[in-house]
Design a protein around this ligand. Structure first.
Ligand code: ADP
Ligand code: MG
Ligand code: ZN
Length: 610
């Protein structure tokens, strides 16, 4: 906080020193006694006007017969009697020893030292105030939380019941180790939380800090890494020493992938340091004997890049996986975050949980917050379902961009594109049902179609993939069918379809021609957290065959989409025209529109005239 600024105390000191310096410079002597040149004094003495002279070194203090006082200076080599000559007879001359203690000179001499001293003092102080970073490189920077006042409890973590169960057991180990030791059980050394970003790993760790009632040391993996080699390792040592002293306790290392990377995989500089830090962690974890009640908890979303040595039994011997929540989990998380917020009757968390497949806990927390903000902006007393629906769109696709000017022709193209996606999704039995179509620009998209999976899926079949491909390509098929023209709006659809088709062939063995085997080997070279190479373990001929198969899959799906749209062209026109009029259609209204008979003849008009 004080870093980089001068504290008020320091300013006062500087001003004080400046004032003293001024004073000493401008008033070196007592100002009341006037100065006279020595010649004048001699002249006065010859006239008999001088009563007495006090000599102190070179300085003379002269008192006249009238009682006036003057100061004067003489040369140090000449004595006062020489100067006055015979006139000295009638004058009292007193000689004082030369004072070696000159205050003003002393002060002047000391000033620079005083100044430097003060500067150092305050620099040191502010450095220590800022966490001692400047002088305590090797110290661990862990924050210690002692669990008396839990801010987060297990109740705040929803929808990850298995993980919670595992961790509750760990807490129990720490509270009553005897129970487990009596049966010869070894207390786990380390627990590793693995899961995609935003699934509640850090939150769960904080809950443990609150519930365990033992000291909790919390540090982030990146805090071990510093510019200087060896600092990380020394911080690890310091942290573990601290922990051992306050056992039983928990050490939490968040984002451990910052130091726990596969050794020897570093590209560019700095991996030596990381390896040393990791080695030190391994050494420390091995160093605990079975009676040291220190449990190391850590979290990462990149388990794939962790060094295998970290994961062997005796180190992180428990791995707790946090996955994206399923429908019940999402409902529970929504409940946790909606607690204490005024919700209108219309809000149905079941439906919301259904509509938010694939969102993480953090996304859901954000969703509830967005909905509240929208309701507040609209001066409502309670958050209604409309706000939640709007918030889902915002979280998935970004905020609306109503200000973007879109020409009528462009809007028409977008409407047909999205209607194409929606209609094909509706027609194909294994594609997810459509929940919403919209031609309001959001984020980078001109419009979008939101599908609503009936249930959470962990397995996909080939026919589901085929139908998904057809839905992806339906936008482009609709454009081609209606306008005889294709736009850039299909770019990301095509990319998505191509990636899926390629995966079907090379990863899932879903191509009849190439058979049930995988192609290619992903090398986990670490560079900015992404794999950068895919190693081919097949020849040119197979590569060509893969390309052909991908082409066949995409082409077939495109034919399916185009065929369906051609057959139901009237329906497509009906949906698109309605979409143009209403800008977005969702839920039951959309369902009704699908089932409406195609009656209005004007819906069948050719659209090229626009
Ligand atoms: P990460 O797994 O990336 O560490 P966090 O634990 O930091 O994710 O989660 C971020 C936020 O998301 C939390 O502060 C919390 O508000 C919300 N959240 C995530 N998962 C859950 C959950 N299971 N229950 C309740 N809230 C959650
Ligand atoms: Mg985290
Ligand atoms: Zn599209």
């Amino acid at each position: 906080m004080k870093q980089g600024r001068f504290s008020p105390g320091f300013l006062i000191l500087v001003i004080l020193v400046a004032v003293i310096a001024l004073f000493v410079t401008f008033f070196p002597q007592s100002p009341i006694i006037p100065q006279q040149p020595i010649s004048e004094i001699i002249a006065m003495a010859e006239k008999g006007q001088v009563k007495s002279i006090e000599v102190e070194g070179n300085q003379l203090l002269v008192t006249t017969t009238q009682g006036e006082q003057f100061k004067s200076l003489k040369e140090s080599s000449s004595s006062i009697y020489e100067l006055l000559g015979p006139a000295s007879k009638n004058i009292e001359v007193g000689i004082k020893p030369e004072s070696s203690f000159d205050w003003s000179r002393l002060l002047m001499g000391m000033l620079p030292f005083l100044f430097i001293g003060a500067l150092l003092f305050f620099m040191l102080r502010s450095a220590r105030g800022a966490g001692g970073q400047a002088f305590n490189f090797g110290r661990s920077q862990a924050r210690v939380i002692v669990g008396n006042k839990p801010t987060v409890t297990f109740n705040d973590v929803a929808g990850v019941d298995e993980a919670k169960g595992e961790l509750e057991e760990v807490v129990e180990f720490l509270k009553t180790p005897e129970k487990f030791l009596a049966l010869g059980a070894r207390i786990p050394r380390g627990v590793l939380l693995i899961g995609p970003p935003g699934t509640g790993k850090t939150l769960l760790a904080r809950a443990i800090a609150g519930e365990a009632e033992v000291p909790f040391f919390s540090i982030s993996g990146s805090e071990f890494v510093e510019m200087f080699v060896g600092v990380g390792a020394s911080r690890v040592r310091d942290l573990f020493n601290q922990a051992k002293r306050s056992a039983p306790c928990i050490v939490f290392v968040d984002e451990i992938d910052a130091v726990g990377r596969h050794r020897g995989a570093g590209l560019g500089g700095g991996h030596d340091e990381r390896e040393q830090t990791l080695n030190q962690i391994l050494v420390e974890m091995d160093g605990f004997d079975s009676h040291t009640n220190v449990i190391v908890l850590s979290a990462t979303n990149r388990p794939d890049i962790l060094d295998p040595a970290l994961l062997r039994p005796g180190r992180f011997d428990r791995v707790v996986v946090l996955d994206r929540p399923d429908i019940n989990g999402r409902k529970a998380i929504l409940e946790v975050h909606a607690k204490g917020k005024p919700l209108a009757e219309s809000v149905d968390l079941n439906t919301l949980a259904k509509e938010t497949a694939g969102l993480s806990g953090a996304d859901l927390a954000n969703l509830v917050n967005e909905a509240s903000i929208l309701a507040a902006r609209r001066d409502k007393k309670a958050v209604e379902m409309i706000e939640f629906e709007e918030a889902i769109d915002r979280v998935i696709a970004g905020p609306e961009r109503k200000s973007r000017v879109i020409s009528h022709q462009e809007k028409k193209m977008i409407a047909y594109h999205e209607s194409g996606h929606a209609l094909v999704a509706k027609m194909l039995p294994r594609a997810d049902p459509v929940h919403k179509i919209s031609i309001i620009a959001r984020g980078m998209m001109g419009g979008y179609t939101r599908l609503l999976p009936a249930e959470d899926r962990y397995l996909w079949t080939r026919s589901q993939f085929n139908d998904t491909l057809a839905v992806d390509l339906a936008g482009r098929a609709a454009e081609e069918l209606m306008f005889g023209e294709i736009s850039t709006g299909s770019g990301s659809d095509l990319e998505q379809a191509t990636i899926l088709a390629r995966k079907m062939v090379t990863e899932y063995g879903m191509s009849d021609k190439l058979g049930p085997r995988t192609f290619g080997h992903k090398e986990q070279l670490v560079f900015l957290g992404k794999e950068i190479t895919e190693q081919r373990n097949y020849g040119e001929k197979v590569a060509q065959e893969i390309d052909e198969e991908v082409y066949v899959l995409v082409d077939q799906a495109y034919s399916v989409a185009r065929g369906l749209l051609t057959h139901h062209k009237a329906k497509l026109i009906q949906i698109a025209e309605r979409l143009l009029a209403e800008e977005s259609i969702e839920g039951e209204e959309l369902e009704k529109l699908f089932n409406e008979p195609v009656s209005s003849p004007e819906a069948l008009l050719p659209i090229h005239q626009g």
